[in-house]
Design a protein around this ligand. Structure first.
Ligand SMILES: [Zn+2]
Length: 484
């Protein structure tokens, strides 16, 4: 397959995607040469790029203060598979020779080497909006990295820094010998990952009903501090469970909405894209009407939402992904939260007794995330949730409104999803059968996990016309469980 021909048809798709761990140089080239795009929707999607399943390097947060913060970069991490001049890599990544020479000269000034060496990790930070290179990180060894950054107008600065953590992909495969939870614990599967799998597959095949002999394969990521003392699970990347003639699949993918979700092999979302109601309630005490007798004001006025009667303190959840438009006091509605979703939809939650601490304007929220608790603040006769939906500035009946949920990978992202899926599946297929815990191709993980040195992941470097080759090399780290 020739990516050089394909990418021209894709430039708009390219912007909203990322997959760091699995990037090949071929796909890297595709990332780097993405043409600029102007659609507002694309820009909005790009600005939403904030966090993905472990793929964004949080260390990159050090940015100069700006009136409008730049959107988070697309992060591409790969392991250098041959020793070659820095310029060669950058040119393969789509830079012009002149650009590559400038970046290479700057990096050389701090690293005292013109080459990138085999087995070391290279991270590229790309502007999601115009495709330009914003920064480079090159790990010299487990403790020292060289960073380089563009400040615009051709100004590039390079410096050396201590590495404080690594993002470490971990692959696990095992054959079910009985109860899923027990086997998962025996194979050291972290609880957040078990919970993710459970909810992802709940509707298709509950994990506790999997037959003995089912083969479980998955890859997740963790963020490990340099001294190995702290580990944080950053999310499931991919999972497949084979039993009989069936395969359950889950692939993390960032769709046009800018959020990472899990999808099955057909591109259908595994998690609900929206909740029917934001809280559990006993009955609807007041419906949506333009003409209601108000119990406190004793006059007829519109009631442009529904009142969900429930107990004081009941948790209130965001009904869909979005960002906080307002969290605070809203007059008659008392303590309230407004969440801005895509497509001109806003959901409103009123009379809260409490708003989840730290919830601030502009902050992204995910479907099902708790935003506050039911109360009776504002103009209210007793504990209930006033729940309303605004569409294009007008209130609509929340009992009949559709949130326009994205239940599938969008058509324009489809080809990209298919390619990621292929790479994930190839990586899962390469897991040694049923043998436990592996670390996946991260140069820095060796010392942390106490395994044999030297083994690294590899990235196929064979130019832009290369076929897609999984970028993962699998190796067993240790016979003993990883310490957590
Ligand atoms: Zn109400």
């Amino acid at each position: 397959m020739h990516w050089g021909n394909q990418h021209r048809a894709w430039p708009r798709m390219i912007t909203a995607l990322t997959v760091a761990m699995l990037a090949t140089v071929a796909s890297l080239w595709l990332f780097m040469t993405g043409a600029p795009h102007n659609s507002d929707a694309d820009l909005a999607a790009s600005r939403l790029l904030s966090q993905s399943a472990g793929q964004i390097d949080p260390d990159y947060a050090e940015q100069p203060m700006a009136v409008r913060p730049a959107p988070a970069p697309i992060v591409i991490t790969l392991t250098v598979d041959r020793t070659a001049p820095i310029t060669a890599y950058l040119e393969e990544a789509g830079m012009t020779p002149a650009e590559a020479a400038r970046w290479a000269a700057s990096l050389t000034s701090v690293s005292y080497s013109r080459n990138l060496r085999r087995g070391h990790t290279l991270t590229l930070y790309k502007d999601p909006e115009d495709g330009s290179l914003r920064g480079i990180k090159y790990d010299l060894n487990e403790n020292i990295a060289f960073r380089e950054r563009s400040y615009g107008d051709g100004v590039i600065r390079a410096w050396q820094e201590l590495i404080t953590y690594v993002i470490q992909p971990v692959a696990v495969s095992f054959r079910l010998s009985g109860d899923f939870n027990r086997d998962a614990a025996r194979h050291d599967l972290p609880r957040p990952i078990v919970a993710t799998l459970r909810s992802a597959f709940a509707a298709r095949h509950p994990l506790n009903r999997l037959p003995r002999g089912a083969d479980v394969e998955l890859i997740y990521q963790e963020r490990v501090s340099r001294d190995g003392a702290s580990r944080e699970i950053t999310g499931l990347e991919a999972a497949q469970i084979h039993f009989g003639a069936q395969t359950l699949s889950a692939f993390a993918f960032r769709d046009a909405s800018g959020r990472v979700h899990l999808y099955d092999a057909n591109g259908a979302a595994l998690e609900p894209a929206s909740l029917r109601f934001p809280c559990k309630f006993t009955y609807i005490s007041s419906g949506f009407t333009f003409h209601r007798y108000h119990p406190i004001l004793h006059e007829y006025r519109p009631h442009l939402g529904v009142d969900l009667a429930t107990h004081y303190g009941a948790p209130v959840m965001a009904i869909a992904d979005g960002s906080v438009e307002q969290a605070g006091w809203c007059g008659e509605l008392g303590r309230c939260v407004r969440i801005n979703h895509h497509d001109g939809l806003i959901s409103i939650y009123g009379h809260l007794s409490a708003i989840t601490p730290g919830l601030r304007t502009g902050q992204p929220v995910r479907v099902g995330e708790m935003i506050g608790r039911v109360g009776s603040s504002g103009l209210s006769t007793g504990p209930h949730l006033h729940f309303a939906i605004e569409k294009d500035g007008r209130y609509v009946n929340p009992l009949t409104a559709s949130l326009g949920a994205h239940n599938h990978v969008s058509p324009r992202m489809r080809a990209v999803f298919e390619r990621f899926k292929r790479e994930y599946v190839a990586a899962l297929d390469r897991l040694p059968a049923f043998s436990g815990h592996f670390n996946v191709g991260h140069q820095g993980s060796t010392a942390l996990a106490g395994g044999a040195p030297g083994a690294t992941g590899s990235v196929a470097v064979s130019g832009a016309s290369a076929s897609v080759t999984p970028a993962l090399a699998i190796r067993t780290v240790s016979d003993r469980p990883l310490t957590r």
